[in-house]
Design a protein around this ligand. Structure first.
Ligand code: NAP
Length: 273
Protein backbone atom coordinates (compact mmCIF):
# COMPACT_ATOMS: atom_id res chain seq x y z
CA UNK A 1 0.00 0.00 0.00
CA UNK A 2 2.94 2.37 0.52
CA UNK A 3 2.39 5.86 1.84
CA UNK A 4 0.00 5.95 4.80
CA UNK A 5 -1.93 9.18 5.07
CA UNK A 6 -4.48 7.99 7.63
CA UNK A 7 -5.96 10.92 9.48
CA UNK A 8 -4.14 13.48 7.30
CA UNK A 9 -5.85 16.09 5.15
CA UNK A 10 -5.03 16.83 1.53
CA UNK A 11 -6.32 19.72 -0.57
CA UNK A 12 -6.29 18.94 -4.32
CA UNK A 13 -7.10 21.77 -6.69
CA UNK A 14 -8.63 21.07 -10.09
CA UNK A 15 -9.98 17.72 -8.95
CA UNK A 16 -13.19 17.56 -10.99
CA UNK A 17 -11.40 15.70 -13.82
CA UNK A 18 -8.18 14.20 -15.13
CA UNK A 19 -5.04 14.14 -13.02
CA UNK A 20 -6.60 16.00 -10.07
CA UNK A 21 -9.52 13.55 -9.80
CA UNK A 22 -7.10 10.60 -9.92
CA UNK A 23 -4.84 12.19 -7.30
CA UNK A 24 -7.81 12.89 -5.00
CA UNK A 25 -8.96 9.27 -5.20
CA UNK A 26 -5.38 8.04 -4.73
CA UNK A 27 -4.99 10.08 -1.55
CA UNK A 28 -8.40 9.00 -0.24
CA UNK A 29 -7.47 5.34 -0.85
CA UNK A 30 -4.45 5.90 1.37
CA UNK A 31 -6.60 7.12 4.23
CA UNK A 32 -6.43 10.89 3.78
CA UNK A 33 -9.39 13.18 4.21
CA UNK A 34 -9.46 14.89 0.85
CA UNK A 35 -10.68 18.39 0.07
CA UNK A 36 -11.31 18.92 -3.62
CA UNK A 37 -12.12 22.03 -5.59
CA UNK A 38 -12.81 23.16 -9.15
CA UNK A 39 -15.53 25.10 -10.98
CA UNK A 40 -17.81 22.22 -12.10
CA UNK A 41 -19.65 21.08 -8.99
CA UNK A 42 -21.51 18.24 -10.76
CA UNK A 43 -18.20 16.67 -11.77
CA UNK A 44 -16.67 17.34 -8.34
CA UNK A 45 -19.59 15.57 -6.67
CA UNK A 46 -18.82 12.33 -8.55
CA UNK A 47 -15.17 12.49 -7.52
CA UNK A 48 -16.21 13.27 -3.95
CA UNK A 49 -18.45 10.19 -3.83
CA UNK A 50 -15.51 8.03 -4.91
CA UNK A 51 -13.26 9.65 -2.28
CA UNK A 52 -15.86 9.31 0.47
CA UNK A 53 -16.07 5.56 -0.15
CA UNK A 54 -12.59 5.45 1.45
CA UNK A 55 -12.62 8.60 3.48
CA UNK A 56 -16.10 9.76 4.54
CA UNK A 57 -15.03 13.17 5.88
CA UNK A 58 -13.79 14.28 2.45
CA UNK A 59 -15.40 17.42 1.11
CA UNK A 60 -15.62 19.71 -1.91
CA UNK A 61 -15.85 23.38 -2.83
CA UNK A 62 -16.95 24.92 -6.12
CA UNK A 63 -14.43 27.67 -6.75
CA UNK A 64 -12.91 29.55 -9.67
CA UNK A 65 -9.19 29.73 -8.92
CA UNK A 66 -8.64 32.21 -11.73
CA UNK A 67 -10.42 34.71 -9.47
CA UNK A 68 -7.24 35.61 -7.62
CA UNK A 69 -8.94 37.95 -5.16
CA UNK A 70 -11.02 35.07 -3.79
CA UNK A 71 -8.12 32.70 -3.14
CA UNK A 72 -7.03 33.78 0.31
CA UNK A 73 -10.57 33.51 1.67
CA UNK A 74 -11.01 30.12 0.02
CA UNK A 75 -7.67 28.89 1.41
CA UNK A 76 -8.59 29.82 4.96
CA UNK A 77 -12.03 28.26 4.61
CA UNK A 78 -10.65 24.98 3.24
CA UNK A 79 -7.95 24.94 5.92
CA UNK A 80 -10.51 25.45 8.70
CA UNK A 81 -12.95 22.86 7.33
CA UNK A 82 -10.18 20.28 6.88
CA UNK A 83 -8.80 20.94 10.36
CA UNK A 84 -5.46 22.15 8.98
CA UNK A 85 -4.13 21.11 5.58
CA UNK A 86 -1.24 18.61 5.66
CA UNK A 87 -0.71 18.28 1.90
CA UNK A 88 -1.46 21.00 -0.65
CA UNK A 89 -1.60 19.76 -4.23
CA UNK A 90 -1.62 22.60 -6.76
CA UNK A 91 -2.96 20.79 -9.79
CA UNK A 92 -5.62 23.06 -11.36
CA UNK A 93 -4.43 24.34 -14.69
CA UNK A 94 -5.39 25.24 -18.23
CA UNK A 95 -3.62 24.73 -21.55
CA UNK A 96 -2.87 27.48 -24.07
CA UNK A 97 -1.88 25.94 -27.38
CA UNK A 98 -1.47 29.02 -29.57
CA UNK A 99 1.48 30.46 -31.50
CA UNK A 100 2.98 33.69 -30.18
CA UNK A 101 1.74 35.93 -33.02
CA UNK A 102 -1.83 34.82 -32.33
CA UNK A 103 -1.66 35.33 -28.56
CA UNK A 104 -3.55 38.20 -26.98
CA UNK A 105 -2.50 39.84 -23.73
CA UNK A 106 -5.66 38.36 -22.24
CA UNK A 107 -4.52 34.84 -23.19
CA UNK A 108 -1.22 35.39 -21.42
CA UNK A 109 -2.84 36.91 -18.33
CA UNK A 110 -5.43 34.13 -18.04
CA UNK A 111 -3.00 31.26 -18.24
CA UNK A 112 -0.56 33.00 -15.89
CA UNK A 113 -3.34 33.72 -13.37
CA UNK A 114 -4.55 30.13 -13.15
CA UNK A 115 -1.30 28.19 -13.66
CA UNK A 116 1.11 30.40 -11.74
CA UNK A 117 -0.46 33.12 -9.63
CA UNK A 118 -3.26 31.03 -8.11
CA UNK A 119 -0.98 28.27 -6.74
CA UNK A 120 1.39 30.91 -5.43
CA UNK A 121 -1.45 32.66 -3.63
CA UNK A 122 -2.58 29.36 -2.11
CA UNK A 123 0.96 28.73 -0.92
CA UNK A 124 1.26 32.22 0.57
CA UNK A 125 -2.03 31.75 2.41
CA UNK A 126 -1.36 28.23 3.71
CA UNK A 127 2.40 27.91 4.23
CA UNK A 128 2.66 29.86 7.53
CA UNK A 129 0.09 27.57 9.20
CA UNK A 130 1.69 24.44 7.71
CA UNK A 131 5.10 25.48 9.05
CA UNK A 132 3.72 26.33 12.44
CA UNK A 133 1.93 22.99 12.81
CA UNK A 134 4.90 21.01 11.48
CA UNK A 135 7.31 22.71 13.88
CA UNK A 136 4.88 21.96 16.72
CA UNK A 137 4.10 18.30 15.98
CA UNK A 138 7.14 17.14 13.95
CA UNK A 139 5.04 15.86 11.02
CA UNK A 140 6.45 16.95 7.66
CA UNK A 141 3.80 18.69 5.60
CA UNK A 142 3.95 18.82 1.79
CA UNK A 143 3.35 21.09 -1.12
CA UNK A 144 3.04 19.31 -4.48
CA UNK A 145 3.05 21.51 -7.56
CA UNK A 146 1.91 20.00 -10.86
CA UNK A 147 4.09 21.63 -13.49
CA UNK A 148 4.52 20.24 -17.01
CA UNK A 149 7.31 19.06 -19.24
CA UNK A 150 6.42 22.23 -21.20
CA UNK A 151 7.83 24.20 -18.27
CA UNK A 152 11.24 22.64 -19.01
CA UNK A 153 11.17 22.19 -22.81
CA UNK A 154 8.93 25.10 -24.00
CA UNK A 155 7.44 23.38 -27.07
CA UNK A 156 6.69 25.69 -30.02
CA UNK A 157 3.02 26.65 -30.10
CA UNK A 158 2.73 26.68 -26.30
CA UNK A 159 4.74 29.77 -25.26
CA UNK A 160 2.19 31.19 -22.80
CA UNK A 161 1.46 27.83 -21.18
CA UNK A 162 5.15 26.92 -21.00
CA UNK A 163 5.99 30.27 -19.41
CA UNK A 164 3.32 29.78 -16.75
CA UNK A 165 4.66 26.32 -15.90
CA UNK A 166 8.28 27.53 -15.98
CA UNK A 167 7.28 30.26 -13.51
CA UNK A 168 5.64 27.69 -11.22
CA UNK A 169 8.73 25.50 -11.49
CA UNK A 170 11.15 28.32 -10.66
CA UNK A 171 9.01 29.40 -7.72
CA UNK A 172 8.92 25.80 -6.46
CA UNK A 173 12.70 25.41 -6.71
CA UNK A 174 13.39 28.60 -4.79
CA UNK A 175 10.76 27.71 -2.19
CA UNK A 176 12.15 24.20 -1.75
CA UNK A 177 15.61 25.67 -1.17
CA UNK A 178 14.26 28.10 1.43
CA UNK A 179 12.44 25.30 3.23
CA UNK A 180 15.19 22.65 2.93
CA UNK A 181 15.87 22.62 6.69
CA UNK A 182 12.20 23.08 7.56
CA UNK A 183 9.51 20.43 8.09
CA UNK A 184 7.58 21.34 4.92
CA UNK A 185 8.70 19.53 1.76
CA UNK A 186 8.10 20.86 -1.74
CA UNK A 187 7.70 18.53 -4.73
CA UNK A 188 7.27 19.28 -8.42
CA UNK A 189 5.95 16.79 -10.95
CA UNK A 190 6.46 17.18 -14.70
CA UNK A 191 3.85 15.21 -16.66
CA UNK A 192 4.44 14.67 -20.36
CA UNK A 193 1.33 13.67 -22.30
CA UNK A 194 -1.42 12.35 -20.03
CA UNK A 195 -4.78 11.17 -21.31
CA UNK A 196 -7.17 13.87 -20.03
CA UNK A 197 -9.68 16.39 -21.35
CA UNK A 198 -6.92 19.02 -21.50
CA UNK A 199 -6.43 18.13 -25.17
CA UNK A 200 -10.12 18.57 -26.04
CA UNK A 201 -10.66 21.98 -24.44
CA UNK A 202 -11.91 24.71 -26.81
CA UNK A 203 -9.95 27.86 -27.62
CA UNK A 204 -6.72 25.93 -28.27
CA UNK A 205 -4.86 24.87 -31.41
CA UNK A 206 -4.64 21.13 -32.07
CA UNK A 207 -1.99 19.36 -30.00
CA UNK A 208 1.21 19.15 -32.05
CA UNK A 209 2.66 16.04 -30.43
CA UNK A 210 -0.56 14.15 -31.13
CA UNK A 211 1.38 10.99 -32.02
CA UNK A 212 2.96 10.74 -28.57
CA UNK A 213 1.66 7.98 -26.32
CA UNK A 214 -0.83 9.31 -23.76
CA UNK A 215 -0.29 7.84 -20.30
CA UNK A 216 -3.20 7.37 -17.89
CA UNK A 217 -3.60 9.86 -14.98
CA UNK A 218 -2.74 6.97 -12.63
CA UNK A 219 0.87 7.27 -13.82
CA UNK A 220 1.02 10.75 -12.29
CA UNK A 221 -0.57 9.49 -9.06
CA UNK A 222 2.11 6.78 -8.77
CA UNK A 223 4.88 9.31 -9.40
CA UNK A 224 3.55 11.77 -6.82
CA UNK A 225 3.07 9.11 -4.12
CA UNK A 226 6.55 7.78 -4.83
CA UNK A 227 7.98 11.29 -4.60
CA UNK A 228 6.26 11.92 -1.28
CA UNK A 229 7.54 8.63 0.12
CA UNK A 230 11.10 9.05 -1.09
CA UNK A 231 11.32 12.80 -0.47
CA UNK A 232 12.40 13.41 -4.11
CA UNK A 233 12.01 17.04 -5.16
CA UNK A 234 11.07 16.42 -8.78
CA UNK A 235 9.77 13.64 -10.99
CA UNK A 236 8.97 13.20 -14.67
CA UNK A 237 6.10 11.16 -16.10
CA UNK A 238 7.35 9.19 -17.99
CA UNK A 239 10.78 9.15 -16.32
CA UNK A 240 12.74 9.25 -19.62
CA UNK A 241 11.67 12.88 -20.12
CA UNK A 242 14.38 13.75 -17.58
CA UNK A 243 16.97 12.63 -20.17
CA UNK A 244 15.56 15.05 -22.75
CA UNK A 245 15.80 17.88 -20.21
CA UNK A 246 19.40 16.94 -19.43
CA UNK A 247 20.17 16.72 -23.15
CA UNK A 248 18.71 20.18 -23.72
CA UNK A 249 20.85 21.66 -20.93
CA UNK A 250 23.93 20.09 -22.52
CA UNK A 251 23.17 21.19 -26.10
CA UNK A 252 20.60 24.00 -26.27
CA UNK A 253 21.44 24.77 -29.91
CA UNK A 254 20.87 21.19 -31.01
CA UNK A 255 17.68 21.03 -28.99
CA UNK A 256 16.31 24.20 -30.63
CA UNK A 257 17.12 22.88 -34.10
CA UNK A 258 15.34 19.65 -33.25
CA UNK A 259 12.31 21.48 -31.87
CA UNK A 260 12.03 23.66 -35.00
CA UNK A 261 12.34 20.62 -37.28
CA UNK A 262 9.71 18.76 -35.25
CA UNK A 263 7.32 21.73 -35.56
CA UNK A 264 7.79 21.85 -39.34
CA UNK A 265 7.28 18.11 -39.64
CA UNK A 266 4.10 18.16 -37.54
CA UNK A 267 2.70 21.14 -39.47
CA UNK A 268 3.40 19.46 -42.80
CA UNK A 269 1.72 16.31 -41.56
CA UNK A 270 -1.32 18.29 -40.38
CA UNK A 271 -1.52 20.10 -43.76
CA UNK A 272 -1.50 16.76 -45.63
CA UNK A 273 -4.27 15.22 -43.53
N1 NAP B 1 -2.75 16.19 -19.47
C1 NAP B 1 -1.47 16.41 -19.68
O1 NAP B 1 -0.88 15.85 -20.62
C2 NAP B 1 -0.70 17.32 -18.79
C3 NAP B 1 0.67 17.43 -19.05
C4 NAP B 1 1.44 18.26 -18.24
C5 NAP B 1 0.85 18.96 -17.21
N2 NAP B 1 -0.49 18.85 -16.98
C6 NAP B 1 -1.06 19.63 -15.90
O2 NAP B 1 -1.81 18.80 -15.06
C7 NAP B 1 -2.83 19.57 -14.42
C8 NAP B 1 -4.16 18.86 -14.56
O3 NAP B 1 -4.49 18.83 -15.94
P1 NAP B 1 -5.35 17.67 -16.61
O4 NAP B 1 -4.57 17.13 -17.71
O5 NAP B 1 -5.90 16.77 -15.58
O6 NAP B 1 -6.49 18.56 -17.28
P2 NAP B 1 -8.08 18.57 -17.13
O7 NAP B 1 -8.61 17.19 -17.24
O8 NAP B 1 -8.54 19.62 -18.07
O9 NAP B 1 -8.31 19.04 -15.63
C9 NAP B 1 -8.04 20.36 -15.22
C10 NAP B 1 -8.64 20.56 -13.85
O10 NAP B 1 -8.42 21.93 -13.48
C11 NAP B 1 -9.67 22.51 -13.13
N3 NAP B 1 -9.72 23.92 -13.47
C12 NAP B 1 -9.56 24.49 -14.69
N4 NAP B 1 -9.75 25.81 -14.62
C13 NAP B 1 -10.06 26.08 -13.30
C14 NAP B 1 -10.38 27.26 -12.59
N5 NAP B 1 -10.43 28.46 -13.19
N6 NAP B 1 -10.64 27.18 -11.26
C15 NAP B 1 -10.60 25.97 -10.64
N7 NAP B 1 -10.29 24.81 -11.26
C16 NAP B 1 -10.03 24.88 -12.57
C17 NAP B 1 -10.69 21.74 -13.97
O11 NAP B 1 -11.97 21.79 -13.35
P3 NAP B 1 -13.20 22.74 -13.78
O12 NAP B 1 -13.18 22.85 -15.27
O13 NAP B 1 -14.37 22.01 -13.23
O14 NAP B 1 -12.95 24.03 -13.09
C18 NAP B 1 -10.14 20.33 -13.86
O15 NAP B 1 -10.55 19.74 -12.64
C19 NAP B 1 -2.78 20.95 -15.07
O16 NAP B 1 -2.06 21.84 -14.24
C20 NAP B 1 -2.02 20.70 -16.36
O17 NAP B 1 -1.37 21.84 -16.82
C21 NAP B 1 -1.27 18.04 -17.75
Amino acid sequence: MGLDLTGRSVLVTGASAGIGAALAEGFAERGATVGICARREDRLRKVLTACQAHSPESRMWGVDLADLDGIETFAHRANAELGGIDVLVNNAGMPKRRKVLALSEGDIDNVMALNYRSPVRLILALLPGMLERSRADGFTRRIVNVSSIAGRLSPPGEAAYSASKAALTAFSEALAGELWQEPVDVHVVFPGVIDTELFELPDNDPHLASDMERLPPAAVVDAVLDQMESGKFESYVPEWLADIVTGKARDAQGFMEGAAAYLREQEEKAARS
